[in-house]
Design a protein around this ligand. Structure first.
Ligand code: GLY
Length: 373
C-alpha cells in the first residue's frame, strides 16, 4: 500500500514539514560539532558530541535535504562526519547507542549522498558495536564497560532501534548478532502480554537473564511509554531485515498494547500507569516513534489492517500537530513540545529525538521515503 496516497491530511503534513525546515535552517550554524539534546523552555543548547542523541539533528538535515532538494541542508556534511569520526576514534560516550548515532549521521549520509567516507565510518561503528555482544547470552550490553559484572549488566528495549546498524552492514555475523539480540529481548524484555520492561538484568558470566527492572519508567512492573514505542518500531524493523514472523507478531501485539493505553487525545502519558483518570505529564516523543512503527508495519500486513494502522497514525499526528508543536511561539528552536527524557531530568520540553521521529513520520506520510534504519 502506498501510504501517502491513502492519507487524509496531506496538505497539513507539507505545511508541518515546511515549518520544521524553516526552524532547522535558522539553526544550522548553531549545531556543528555540538548538538541539540533536550530543550529548556523549548530552546536547545549546543551539547558536546558525547550523548546518545547527537545524530538526530543531522538526520533531520538529511530528511530536509531529501524533501526540499536544498543544498543548504548539506552545508556542514563534512564537519558532521569529522565530529562522528572523532567520537568513534576517541571512544567518547560509547554504548549500545552506536546504532542511533551512526545510523542517522553516517548511514543516512551514505544513503542520501553516496559519500563513501560516511559508509566507512558507519561500518567502523558497527564493528565497535559488536564488541558489546555477549556470546553466551546472545545479547548486546546496553551500558557500561564490558568488564562490569552482575548486577550492573543490562539489556534495554531501546536497543531494538540500534540493531539496524548491524543489519545494514549485510555481514552475516553482524546480522546474526542483531537477530539473536532481538530474540533474547523478545524472551525477556517483552512480557507475555506484550507490554515491556525497560531493562532486564543479565548475568554476563552465565549469560542467564535475571529479572526485569525499570530505569526511566514509573516502576519495575509498569510500562514506560517510550520503551513500548521502541518495541513496536524496533521489532517491525527486525522483521524487515530477517523476515521472521515472530518479530512481526511482537511488533503487532506491542502496537496493540500501546493503542490500548492511549488517552483520549492519543498522546501517551510517559508511563502507562497514568490515565485520563489519573493523569501525569506526557511524552510526545513516544507518540512520534509509535507512529513511525505503525507506518513501518503498514508495509507487512494485509490491506485492511494497514488501513487501520494508518488511520490511527493520522489521528495521533493530528493531535500532535494541533496541540503539541512550537508553531506560533517566540524564541523556540525545537518543534515538538511536551516530550520527556527522565521524570526528573527534562520533562515537558522539546527533545531532539521527538522532533526527528515527528519529521520522519511526516516524510513517510508524504512520499516514498527510503528509511535510514
Ligand atoms: N534511548 C534512550 C531513551 O529513550 O531515553
Amino acid at each position: 500500500m502506498k501510504i501517502w496516497e491513502k492519507c487524509v491530511y496531506g496538505t497539513a503534513y507539507e505545511e508541518e514539514l515546511a515549518y520544521i525546515e524553516s526552524v532547522l535552517k535558522e539553526n544550522l550554524d548553531l549545531f556543528v560539532g555540538k548538538y541539540p539534546h533536550v530543550s529548556v523552555g523549548n530552546w536547545y543548547g549546543a551539547e558536546e558530541n558525547v550523548l546518545w542523541t547527537s545524530s538526530f539533528f543531522v538526520g533531520m538535515c538529511f530528511l530536509a535535504y531529501e524533501h526540499t532538494g536544498d543544498g543548504i541542508f548539506l552545508k556542514y556534511e563534512r564537519e558532521h562526519l569529522d565530529s562522528f569520526r572523532d567520537r568513534l576514534d576517541r571512544r567518547r560516550g560509547i554504548s549500545h547507542d552506536l546504532g542511533f548515532l551512526y545510523t542517522l549521521s553516517c548511514v543516512a549520509d551514505y544513503k542520501v549522498t553516496g559519500n563513501p567516507r560516511a559508509r566507512e565510518i558507519a561500518l567502523d561503528a558497527a564493528q565497535v558495536l559488536t564488541e558489546r555482544y555477549n556470546e553466551k547470552g546472545k545479547y548486546i550490553q546496553a551500558w557500561g564497560d564490558m568488564g562490569i559484572r552482575y548486577p550492573d549488566v543490562k539489556i534495554i528495549i531501546d536497543t531494538m532501534l540500534n540493531l539496524p546498524l548491524l543489519y545494514w552492514t549485510g555481514e552475516p555475523d553482524k546480522m546474526k548478532m542483531a537477530e539473536n539480540h532481538a530474540r533474547t529481548s523478545a524472551a525477556t524484555l517483552v512480557r507475555p502480554d506484550y507490554s515491556t520492561y525497560h531493562t532486564y538484568l543479565m548475568n554476563p558470566e552465565t549469560g542467564e537473564p535475571v529479572c526485569g527492572k525499570t530505569h526511566q519508567g514509573y516502576a519495575d512492573e509498569s510500562t514506560w511509554a517510550r520503551g513500548q514505542a521502541w518495541a513496536v518500531y524496533g521489532y517491525a524493523l527486525s522483521y524487515r531485515y530477517t523476515g521472521d514472523p515472530a518479530f512481526l507478531s511482537v511488533a503487532g501485539n506491542a502496537a496493540r498494547v500501546f493503542k490500548e493505553n492511549l488517552p483520549s487525545d492519543l498522546v501517551p502519558y510517559w508511563d502507562f500507569t497514568f490515565t485520563d483518570q489519573n493523569p501525569d505529564i506526557r511524552d510526545t516523543s513516544a507518540a512520534g516513534i509509535y507512529v513511525c512503527g505503525l507506518l513501518e508495519l503498514c508495509n507487512y500486513v494485509e490491506e485492511g489492517e494497514a488501513r487501520e494502522y494508518l488511520r490511527l497514525a493520522e489521528a495521533i499526528m493530528k493531535s500532535l500537530r494541533e496541540k503539541y508543536t512550537t508553531r506560533g511561539r517566540e524564541h523556540v528552536n525545537g518543534t515538538l513540545t511536551e516530550g520527556m527524557y527522565h521524570r526528573h531530568d527534562g520533562q515537558e520540553e522539546c527533545t531532539i529525538w521527538g522532533d526527528y521521529f515527528y519529521m520522519e513520520a511526516l516524510m513517510r506520510l508524504t512520499g516514498d521515503w527510503r528509511p535510514y534504519w
